[in-house]
Design a protein around this ligand. Sequence first.
Ligand code: NAD
Length: 692
Amino acid sequence: MPINAFAKPTWEYDIMTVTIERAGDVAIVTIDNPPVNALSQALRQDLWNAAETLDADPSVRAVVLICEGRTFIAGADVNEFGKPPTPPHLPDLVARIETAAKPWVAAIHGSALGGGFEVALGCRFRVAVPSASVGLPEVRLGIVPGAGGTVRLPRLVGPALAAEMVTTGTPVAAPRARAQGLIDAVVEGDLEKGAIDFARAALDQSLPLPLRQRGVPAVDAAFWETSTTVVAGRAKREDAPLRALACVRTAAEADFEAAMAFERQTFLELRGSSQASALRHVFFAERAALRPPELGGVEPRRIRSAAVIGGGTMGAGIAAALCDARLPVTLVERDEVALERGLSNLRSIIDGLVKRGKISSEAAAERLSAVTGTTDYGLLAGVDLVIEAVFEDIDVKRDVFSRLSAVCRADAVLATNTSYLDPEEIAAGIKHPERFVGLHFFSPAHVMKLLEIVPTAQTTAATLATGFALARMLNKIPVRAGICDGFIGNRILKMTRAQAERLLLAGATPQAVDAAMRTFGFPMGPFEAQDLGGLDIAAFQRRAAHARGDTPFAPVAERLCALERFGHKSGGGWYDYTKGDRTPQPSKIVAGIIGELATGTPQRQWDEAAIIDCIVLPMVNEAAKILKDKVALRSADIDLVEIHGYGFPRWRGGLMHYAEERGLTEIAVRLNALAADGLAEPPCNQFEGWVE
Ligand code: NAD
């Protein structure tokens, strides 16, 4: 029978987060704070009290710290994010465990992350099951570890690995963690028993010093310079990684207490920063996206098998994502030649994962063995889900769905990956239209996190919930989108590109526009990105838009396409390229076309801030219209679309968070000024429908 950590009445057991049991002279402290044993105030207090109780008990010689549920302490309690901290503070708790009279052994399963790993670093030893991982991911929330992680880690494994871990936030799996000294043993079999045996064996030998009493292995002076360059290059304009590196350096160069004070100061400064607030916003938006409240309680259909129609760019990527989720996949193509090409597309994606060390060759073989290629729709009679990714042509798609609706089970979910066609039109006339939904993946589909989920008027909640369940299976970020030209993301992208061209006609160069957008934080500017993806795709969509009576603004792109300047694939687009080199070179042809088309338009000097405003503020305006039209349900959904589909800088919190930080009133004034100069499309203040 477990005894409580600090002798509260038995009727209070159910609200306690910690219990103590005994295995002879070893005490077992078990944390049970579902769902992820987060370090809430109650848990911190209970652990503190456990340390006091056990220090006072002369019959205890060592302590094993272990967790119930699916994981060790997974980190801070997200409910306490952004709130004033309450005692006992985590740094004090870690120090309390570290200076306990008996050695503590952290027994880790699942993940020991952030504060969880800092608690483990306070323990004298760490053991873990093979599937566990440890890490300090705080930089991903715009902060640094706040309870000695940057000070103890270099004392344990040296500054190089410590710097790598705290500046990237990437967790380390148990086998590698053992090899690098982050943990002391990998326990096969029962973790609690393994940890108790480890503790007993350790007591028979001389104990290592607690980390606070150890020194940091020396590195040469050049290490810090090189690391600064590498981390700055990777972090772009994010503050936390370089600040985390400074903490590790201080740990190496100052004494323990001074380094702790420096880390704490850095932590407190960053916690109140706008980047941390933006990253917290994205963190919560991502969590909320997986379970939209409007689908609460709706049971998704079970997905145990899937089919993809079309093995081109998107179909092969979607099939690879499904394989990654261990689903058996049937890939259907229109004929044997196309099928061989589709299967080879899929094979080369999976081979690429092996080459980049993402999966083993055995895992690759296993995935490919779960793929069936066919041209026979008859094989789809039993599948649970079909995703169509054939040519963007309404007749081809409708033909595919009429065949699917003839062969598939009545409850199989049928999905289209269309980018611009109307899902209502695609689904017209199929049997059981309630199981039809748009699932808009982004290229490359096995990599990009965004999945726009587009219901038609007839899609049922169960079908929609199945789309969200699929996103969870595929480790994607789902966002519900309404039907309009381009749904959420591509509708905003159209505005981005139109504004980029308006800038060219008003005197900016493609290089200046691309450089400004990179400064803003996009990985690529709009013209570089078009050259990479191919200008022909957008030209095809513009033709379809013209046929519907729309007039997308792309005068320069139209001229480039007429010259077959499609980007990298044709050796030139917005830029010139020399063979075998993807470095963009300014193009005289492009400058000539812009000059011709700009005749009569007032020319002006553009600095980076003005370029950014001329592109980003009309994107905000379009996004506000999208909210108003209920194409997006929440502004945070638009943030996720921009971050996960289009490279909007995460540390800015997404398009809408950025706009809210800047102030909607100021944005409206600037938009109206742009419109007055012919540089934005009125109406420019659509913000009244803006809801979080
Ligand atoms: P793609 O041309 O690379 O591939 C289309 C594939 O469909 C070809 O392999 C073709 O043989 C096959 N196909 C055509 N008719 C078929 C039929 N009747 N039965 C079976 N297979 C058939 O095109 P893609 O870029 O993969 O685009 C596919 C769909 O995904 C389009 O609707 C497109 O709008 C959408 N999409 C594309 C992207 C992108 O970036 N490429 C992004 C999101 C969505």
